[in-house]
Design a protein around this ligand. Sequence first.
Ligand code: SAM
Length: 234
Amino acid sequence: MLYIVSTPIGNLQDITLRALETLRNVDFVVCEDTRVTSFLLHHFEIKKELVSMNAFSEKNKLNFIADRIESGSSCALVSDAGTPGISDPGVRLISELIKRNINVIPIPGVSAAITALSIAGLPTDSFVFEGFLPQKKGRQKKLQNLLTEDRTIILYESTYRIKKLLDELTNYTPERLIVVCRELTKKFEEIVRGFPQEIHLYFEKKEPKGEFVVIISPISWKHDSVNSHLHIEQ
Ligand code: SAM
């Protein structure tokens, strides 16, 4: 068995009872960064063998991990935060196990994308999750194509490129309402709603730090204000 175990994206109380039970019961845990997962397991007083597997090593470690599971060991896959495989390693391992007829069991929990979408106040019946835009090559084209969508768009962005993304959105789609979710579930959680330029100006004054999810309204979404829409929840 391979269990795909979601872990918190900040607040450790967001772990589920099933996640804890699974982590306690498996033979070993595959994780991205052993320091991050050791911290989590130590917090919940769980001692377990950890095997690291990140985006760079997934291909090489695939057979070693799959062989161990096939020979009878149970394994939990976790990522540094949130749901494994969602803009994180895991997909290759899962597909290898499916090929080998081994059961892959979800232990669901938090994902930053859905957490942000749940408070965006934008349509949720249909949405596009794009994860991270390319850092350089193809970035502009991909973003411009995405912006033709008439569905809510969810993007992940890093501290280093959030201002760049806000600048791009100001240029390409200045009247689109967006929601920037920073440090969700953590001490400095902040939700900033408004037009790209006003949010950009806000983060010019206050240096953006931490992790970000950016939600963009569908192209035909009608907002009720044409003036400043900046709204900050801290
Ligand atoms: N697998 C994870 C999930 O299910 O959410 C996502 C992993 S991806 C490598 C990390 C990105 O998720 C961050 O750069 C950020 O865009 C987003 N993210 C993760 N935790 C977050 C948080 N607490 N607040 C806002 N965004 C977060």
